[in-house]
Write a protein that binds this ligand. Structure first.
Ligand SMILES: *[C@@H]1O[C@H](CO)[C@@H](O)[C@H](O)[C@H]1NC(C)=O
Ligand SMILES: *[C@@H]1O[C@H](CO)[C@@H](O)[C@H](O)[C@H]1NC(C)=O
Ligand SMILES: *[C@@H]1O[C@H](CO)[C@@H](O)[C@H](O)[C@H]1NC(C)=O
Ligand SMILES: *[C@@H]1O[C@H](CO)[C@@H](O)[C@H](O)[C@H]1NC(C)=O
Ligand SMILES: *[C@@H]1O[C@H](CO)[C@@H](O)[C@H](O)[C@H]1NC(C)=O
Ligand SMILES: *[C@@H]1O[C@H](CO)[C@@H](O)[C@H](O)[C@H]1NC(C)=O
Ligand SMILES: *[C@@H]1O[C@H](CO)[C@@H](O)[C@H](O)[C@H]1NC(C)=O
Length: 855
């Protein structure tokens, strides 16, 4: 396994030359979130959170003002039971009146209310209300921030998220809405069983004949099984890819780790009631503490036959202590036993296979460790149980691989996925009224029967003369209390278009609507056109007639846009579904199709509107801003405090420290006064002050320390700057001596000299002025004590030397006037300097004209 990942990382390294966007995979669970990052140059692994956990507790909570995530947020429930929000996956798109919500209320201590859209929101103790998408968006943003921190601040926006295969369109919409609020771009949703299968296939090779496996996933909120097959795409090739096909899924939405926890807590509750004769259910804190305790005890019972449960000060100051045996626990869950294995057999039924066809049942999900689930499975499938994937991480790693493949930016093993939708999806519409008084008749057509491949489209043909609507619905009720309607597509402009086609000579024009089932499992009406065969009497027209495709059969073609997870139903303007799309692939030369307007009206649990999402994003941004301001405030306070302690240490230190040597008694006294004053201020007002006050207080103390620091910096700097000045002094002097000699020689030989006398005199004058100034300041500086301000700043020394240097350089770089000998000109082109302190021979002078490179 590690070797293959190493290869993958190598591939990433090869591709890392170009700028690549990273892909973030999130396995969004009821109890835990796992995340993985696919990024060039980064090891491919699971992200760890701020508590170094690979599994991040799926909780958002607050400790009064401070927002918390992960384990700390979960543990906060015992103190603030209405300010810690867990298991929110259960509530995705849940109508407030549904049994899902009453079930959630039985396990959670949060305060729920009905959102404007009829779904669920939570109310914090401070009175603020947040819908589930918003809280979920906080979790996604938190994971994104972890990923960005792991990349050293590089932005991450592309994300792939797992969902259970049984998630409906409404639930999928709720996930995407949360991602959009968090500002993330969804590459795709992936069914979690499929993601585990990708992870399984990653390190294995297959034959031409399909090999069937079941991914059995016992999660916190549900148990699901996915029947998959693996085939080699090209068995002869060494780098053969894998074709992964999902054949069937089975699920139970009401059994999983949470239900086991609930039953275990019931045992604890009844024990408490018996012992203490008090109704613990009326105590939110106590119930929250017991919820955490139930999870802990369940873990112990997975490895032991009994466990001691002990909660200090559970409620009414009672320290609760009891013993739970595994037998008690299992007997409390006895009725669930068939439900542990039913999803497996449902999935096989759905796939049309039996256990005989299955090579192995691959266990995954946190609850797959529970002994009673393993026992139930063993008795059902005997020796086919395989525990060869990481039960916690296989889904997120598989999702990351698929996300990387979708982004087309990484070279990964070629694993092609064919997934399915487990529900019957039908199209309903009103038949055209035969007469004015006839009762409208509704026609239902199964457009995507259960098991239909995702990433496909179907074209439906209608004989219509007027505008009409198509309703997409689930044929059966999927979850009690949830609506079955998905969306309604109004097809407009029919009469006009049909008339135009008839006018062009079309016979029997029809309306064609394309229904898409996307890779991410969203169904929508993608486009509609009016179409009519127009007689073309020319020869080419007749030939076309011979070869042209039939126009009435519905076609199944693969939808070609894997990246747009939900463009069909997205209500954002950029991906508006109301825009009529251009006509289908095989558009004949004749203008015999006319685009129609498709207006989508969403179901009774609509996804959030653009405006709602914008508001939500702003709410979250406000929190982010507040938290950033708070961080700055804390930093300013800590920095002031730390600074004051440092000053105090400096003042209390009696050694010959630079600070003491470079300061006067009066200065230290003033600094001490201000330090003490500021300490006092911090003591009195430190808890309520503003960021700028801390900063100003620090500046006020610093202004007294600054002159002292400056002195000892100057004591170090001055000799270096002086050395530099003397260097230029010396170089200029050498240059002048030689240049004057050359001038005299040239005059004698009556040749042209490089420099005029005037030029050299000017430089000499400048040199003398510099020398006099330098001598003067050096004399002054000698008299200055260490604890006094310097007579001259090293910066001034450097500035003066620079003036001299520039003057010298100007002459050095001067072109020789009218060269008489070629040797002179070739020398100029090497741009050598004058003699320097290091070398008197010009030919070895370096290209750099400055003796001190740092200048
Ligand atoms: C499944 O097993 C049955 C019985 O062994 C066999 O007849 C059938 O062909 C198998 N189906 C597949 C798809 O392998
Ligand atoms: C029908 O034809 C008329 C005239 O050419 C044009 O203005 C109108 O837009 C057409 N309608 C449709 C639906 O194409
Ligand atoms: C289209 O798909 C349906 C079910 O997915 C299938 O029954 C039908 O034969 C397919 N039609 C074509 C033309 O492939
Ligand atoms: C859109 O759907 C909602 C809910 O099904 C319905 O109340 C409303 O009348 C519909 N609007 C249109 C224009 O069809
Ligand atoms: C001055 O510069 C020379 C030559 O670069 C160097 O040898 C000497 O140590 C320097 N002196 C100081 C005080 O920096
Ligand atoms: C400048 O250089 C000349 C010649 O090398 C030297 O005599 C003089 O003392 C130097 N002046 C200073 C201030 O370094
Ligand atoms: C002086 O003349 C010699 C010989 O031509 C030459 O190498 C040198 O660069 C000249 N010096 C200056 C400062 O011009």
């Amino acid at each position: 396994m590690n070797r293959l990942y190493a290869c993958l990382i190598l591939c990433l390294a090869i591709f890392s030359h170009t700028t690549l966007a990273s892909v973030l995979a999130i396995d969004y669970g009821t109890d835990f979130i796992k995340a993985s990052l696919m990024s060039p140059g980064q090891p491919f692994d699971v992200l760890i959170d701020k508590d170094s956990k690979r599994k991040i507790q799926s909780t958002v909570g607050w400790n009064r003002e401070d927002r918390l995530f992960g384990g700390t947020a979960f543990n906060m429930a015992g103190r603030f039971p209405t300010d810690s929000f867990s298991a929110l996956k259960l509530l995705k798109a849940a109508p407030f009146e549904s049994s899902t919500v009453s079930y959630y209320m039985s396990i959670s201590t949060a305060e729920l209310l009905k959102s404007a859209r009829g779904t669920v929101a939570v109310r914090r103790p401070d009175g603020s209300e947040w819908n589930i998408e918003e809280i979920t968006a906080m979790q996604f943003a938190y994971v994104r921030d972890l990923a960005e921190a792991a990349l050293g601040g590089e932005k991450v926006s592309d994300v792939i998220v797992t969902v259970p295969p049984h998630f409906t369109q409404h639930e999928r919409d709720a996930v995407i809405d949360a991602l959009e609020i968090a500002g993330l771009r969804t590459l795709s949703l992936i069914n979690d069983g499929t993601a585990v299968a990708v992870n399984y296939a990653m390190t294995r090779s297959f034959k031409e004949t399909p090999e069937y496996h079941v991914i059995y996933d016992a999660g916190a909120s549900s148990i699901r099984a996915t029947v998959v097959s693996f085939t080699s795409t090209d068995p002869k090739s060494k780098s053969a890819g894998t074709q992964l096909v999902v054949h069937g899924v089975g699920y139970d939405r009401q059994v999983g780790g949470i239900e086991l926890d609930r039953r275990l807590r019931e045992l604890l509750i009844s024990d408490f009631q018996k012992k203490h004769k008090k109704d613990i259910r009326s105590d939110r804190r106590g119930m929250a503490k017991l919820w955490k305790e139930a999870g802990r005890v369940k873990g112990i019972l997975s490895a032991n036959n009994d466990a001691v449960s002990s909660v200090e000060s559970l409620a009414w100051d009672i320290d609760f202590r009891t013993k739970v045996t595994r037998a008690d626990f299992e007997s409390a869950c006895k009725d669930l036993r068939p439900r542990f294995t039913n999803p497996l057999f449902d999935a096989l039924d759905h796939a049309g296979l039996t256990m005989d066809n299955i090579t192995s049942v691959i266990l995954t999900g946190g609850a797959s460790r529970t002994p009673m689930i393993q026992t139930a499975l063993k008795s059902a499938v005997a020796d086919k149980i395989a525990m060869n994937v990481n039960a916690d991480e296989a889904a997120v790693l598989g999702a990351a691989l698929h996300g990387a493949a979708l982004s087309r930016q990484f070279k990964t093993k070629d694993i092609r996925i064919t997934d399915i939708c487990p529900y019957d999806i039908q199209v309903s519409y009103q038949a055209e009224a035969k007469s004015e008084h006839a009762k409208p008749r509704t026609i239902n057509t199964l457009v995507f029967p259960s098991g239909s491949k995702t990433g496909t489209r179907k074209t439906l043909t209608f004989k219509r003369k007027d505008d009409f609507s198509l309703k997409l619905t689930y044929k059966q009720q999927i979850i009690p209390g949830y609506p079955t309607d998905i969306l309604e597509a109004e097809i407009k402009g029919v009469a006009d278009a049909i008339q135009n086609l008839t006018d062009l000579g079309a016979t029997d024009p029809v309306v064609k609507a394309t229904v898409v089932l996307s890779e991410s499992g969203f169904v929508s009406v993608h486009e509609a056109v009016a179409f009519g065969d127009i007689k073309d009497d020319s020869l080419t027209g007749k030939l076309k007639g011979l070869f042209g495709a039939s126009s009435s059969a519905s076609e199944n073609t693969t939808a070609d846009s894997p990246t747009a997870a939900r463009s069909e139903t997205d209500t954002s303007p950029a991906a508006s579904s109301t825009a009529a799309l251009p006509a289908a692939e095989k558009k004949p030369a004749n203008d015999n199709t006319v685009s129609l307007e498709v207006k989508i009206n969403l179901s009774s649990i609509p996804p959030m509107s653009v405006a709602e999402k914008r508001t939500a994003r702003e709410k979250l941004a406000t929190i982010d801003r507040q938290e950033a301001a708070k961080r700055r405030l804390e930093e300013a306070r800590n920095s002031l405090e730390g600074y004051l302690y440092r000053i105090r240490d400096l003042l209390e230190d009696n050694s010959e420290s630079p600070f003491n040597k470079c300061s006067q008694d009066a200065e230290r006294a003033a600094l001490k006064d201000r330090m003490e004053e500021t300490f006092e201020w911090l003591h009195e007002h430190g808890d309520h002050a503003k960021t700028h006050e801390y900063l100003e207080k620090r500046t006020a103390v610093e202004s007294l320390e600054q002159p002292i620091i400056h002195r000892y910096r100057e004591i170090e700097e001055f000799p270096v700057a002086l050395n530099n000045s003397q260097m230029w002094n010396w170089s200029t002097r050498l240059f002048l001596t030689e240049a004057f000699e050359n001038l005299t020689k040239a005059e004698k030989e009556e040749t042209v000299s490089k420099y005029t006398e005037q030029e050299l005199n000017d430089l000499e004058k400048a040199l003398k002025e510099h020398e006099i100034w330098l001598n003067g300041v050096v004399e002054k500086q000698k008299k200055v004590k260490m604890n006094e301000d310097p007579a001259v700043e090293s910066s001034e020394l450097r500035a003066k030397a620079k003036v001299l240097e520039n003057h010298l350089q100007k002459l050095v770089k001067k072109k020789v006037p009218k060269p008489k000998k070629s040797s002179t000109s070739s020398r100029t082109s090497t741009s050598s300097t004058t003699s320097t302190a290091k070398s008197s021979s010009e030919s070895t002078a370096s290209g750099s004209s400055s003796p001190h490179d740092e200048l």
